[in-house]
Design a protein. Structure first.
Ligand code: PAF
Length: 295
């Protein structure tokens, strides 16, 4: 069966209102398209918890701080629609930019706290753009549940905080990062890597997991992170924007491993910026994540 493509918010609202009258539970999976297995795993998780699943496809200009990056973002709506049909999503909501941000649009949702530092420091305005569009998508879809990948871990925190602060009645569910068999986190940006860069890219999760293992075995945080940054550069990355240890539940910086934590990284490989993160828990948990990726 084909997935229904809806572009007009009034049409979406009337479908959703009918579903709600029938007592159905509705989930939304916000995306910018160029769908890969990571997105499809979110759709499957959504289908397991909800009766109807809306996938949104909108390449949001407000979250790009670089016009070339926005222009280069892959746009593959037909292929995306076919993939969504194959997994059983119900609606692909793909609004036009002129409808999302009509002439005179003047509102910005800005979430301080979880947006500070990490990607927030290197992509000024990015999380305002994300928070603004996600707020609109939640209000437009009226969904009961929303699914996000943990690959964008800081984004997940920003979204959780805005929903809490603005009392938006939607449950946010984070799903584990889906990895290629060599460990590279799936991302629409991976298609921009040259074949030589693609061979180098898995070094990033390899170093990340090794560093997490060292931290869980009690090695000093500052020195271990310094050595990991050096290892990323030595592997062929041109720049490490950040490699930081943060608390898992509120993203505050931590200098010693005294609570469940996340190790988060952003690094450039040629013209491509890659991000990744890993839980810093027991060594057994790290083994389990890697085995799942290789399966
Ligand atoms: O993660 C993404 O693809 C985007 O940031 C999102 C959440 C769809 C908002 O544009």
């Amino acid at each position: 069966m084909n997935v229904a493509i809806v572009r007009i918010v009034a049409e979406l609202r009337s479908i959703v209102a009918a579903w709600h009258r029938e007592g159905l539970k509705i989930a939304v999976v916000p995306t910018m398209g160029a769908l890969h297995e990571g997105h499809l795993s979110l759709v499957s998780a959504a289908l397991a918890k909800a009766d109807r699943v809306i996938v949104t496809l909108f390449v949001n200009p407000k979250q790009f701080n670089n016009a070339e990056d926005l222009a280069a973002y892959p746009r593959t709506e037909q292929e995306d629609a076919a993939k969504l049909a194959s997994v059983g999503a119900h609606i692909l909501y793909a609004p036009d930019a002129a409808d999302m941000y009509p002439q005179g649009f003047a509102t910005k949702v800005s979430v301080s706290g979880p947006s500070d530092g990490l990607c927030g420091a290197f992509r000024p305005g990015h999380f305002d753009g994300v928070a603004t569009v996600v707020t609109k998508l939640f209000l437009q879809t009226g969904a009961d549940l929303a699914f996000f990948g943990e690959k964008d871990f800081q984004q997940l925190h920003v979204v959780r905080r805005l929903v809490r602060d603005l009392d938006i009645p939607i449950e946010i569910i984070g799903n584990p990062t889906v990895r290629e068999s060599d460990g590279l986190a799936m991302s629409s940006r991976n298609t921009r890597l040259s074949s030589a860069e693609r061979r180098t890219a898995p070094k990033l999760p390899e170093i990340l997991f090794k560093t997490a293992r060292r931290l869980t075995s009690g090695e000093l945080v500052e020195r271990t992170l310094r050595e990991a940054r050096q290892a990323i550069l030595a592997a062929g990355f041109s720049k490490v924007e950040y490699l930081e240890l943060r608390a898992d539940d509120d993203l505050v910086s931590i200098a010693t491993l005294n609570r469940p934590a996340r190790l988060l990284v952003a690094a450039w490989l040629g013209q491509t910026r890659l991000i990744d993160n890993v839980e810093v828990r027991s060594p057994q948990r790290l083994d389990q994540i890697l085995k799942q990726a290789a399966a």
